[in-house]
Design a protein. Sequence first.
Length: 202
Amino acid sequence: MARWLHRLGVTWLTLLRFGDVEVSKRGKRSVRESSILKLKNPAASFVPPEIFQGLPPSFLREIEERGKTHDFEKGHIFFKAGQNGQGLFLLERGAVQTFRPSGVKKLIIADIKAPAIFGEMGCVGRCLYHCSAQAIESSRVRILSKSDLNELLERHPIVTKRLLDLVSERFVSVLMDLDATSFRQLIPRLAGLLLERAEGDL
């Protein structure tokens, strides 16, 4: 499974490099360490993301015990494209956006709402993040290290399959967005060519 995740990750990276399209423009914003908020209630009830649902309670307890939970302000950057993987991020509250930067442009990969996970590509294959992730509202995130995740995956291979399904789903979503954007960009060009042709026939 890890080998398939690695292959898919390489294909995804190639696709993102090709996708120099403007989905939205944002000014640069500096986010300091103050974006990590002081935890008000770190022992709040843990709601597992879909990928972990249906697993034994002992597995979920291990996630709670091994993962480190932090609260983050809106705008916090969790990681950037090209950085080495730190682990798996479990979004317990709030929302996170993953995107691929290209100058002042950025290709949005996904808008993720709790409960969910992100940063999965930093845990498999070459263990590199192929996109950046930023909190788009105040969020609580539990971080599970790669070593802890690998140990849990060995005992629960169904989670590896679910990771593969998730990566595939997000890959297809990006591919469809790129296809739709490319088509939209062709419409003005086609209209201009038709206008020139019409004017030439007059």
